[in-house]
Ligand binder design. Structure first.
Ligand SMILES: Cc1cc2nc3c(=O)[nH]c(=O)nc-3n(C[C@H](O)[C@H](O)[C@H](O)COP(=O)(O)O)c2cc1C
Length: 147
């Protein structure tokens, strides 16, 4: 069974809800699932996982969380071609073209670094609704099934 790590950034709790939900869904079937705030782990520590899930807010008109900057900058330093990734995040749809931009920025970089995208990125408007929770469930299911 593949090992999974969830890295998240959250100030007001929306992304923490998503990350926690993913953690409990994945824990039902995956042997090793860990969850960390993105600024509490070093890039070298994520090398041991097969699948990496990023979950984060967007700030300041399309900017990634400052807590995610170190990991973002050091993604090039590890061998990502054998890693599989998924990105999700809660933003605010009222920011229009900048809606959940951090999700896109991370996805682009991971693809450029040669990591394999498991599923289309998931964007959630503010606090997850009931229908968002169903989407999160599907997201987790696809990640589990991805070989
Ligand atoms: C100053 C400020 C700037 C923000 N900029 C964006 C943005 O550019 N794009 C976006 O989608 N959301 C933006 N947001 C909204 C947050 O990303 C959104 O509220 C998110 O759900 C917060 O996640 P958290 O509860 O996990 O901290 C901004 C919020 C604040 C307070």
């Amino acid at each position: 069974m593949k090992s999974v790590v969830i890295l998240y950034a959250s100030i007001t709790g929306n992304n923490e809800i998503i990350a926690d939900k993913l953690f409990s869904l994945l824990s039902e079937t995956v042997d090793t699932v860990d969850i960390f705030e993105i600024d509490s782990i070093d890039i070298d520590d994520i090398k041991i996982y097969d699948k990496i899930i990023f979950c984060m807010y967007t700030y300041d008109l399309g900017v990634i969380p400052y807590e995610a900057e170190d990991i973002f900058e050091s993604l090039e330093d590890i061998h990502l071609s054998e890693k599989k990734f998924a990105v999700c995040g809660s933003g605010d749809i009222d920011y229009g073209e900048y809606y959940c931009k951090a999700v896109d920025i991370f996805e682009d970089k991971l693809v450029r670094c040669g990591a394999k995208k498991m599923i289309e990125s998931l964007k959630i408007n503010l606090t997850p609704s009931e229908s968002d929770l169903a989407e999160i469930k599907l997201f987790a299911k696809r990640i589990i099934a991805f070989e």
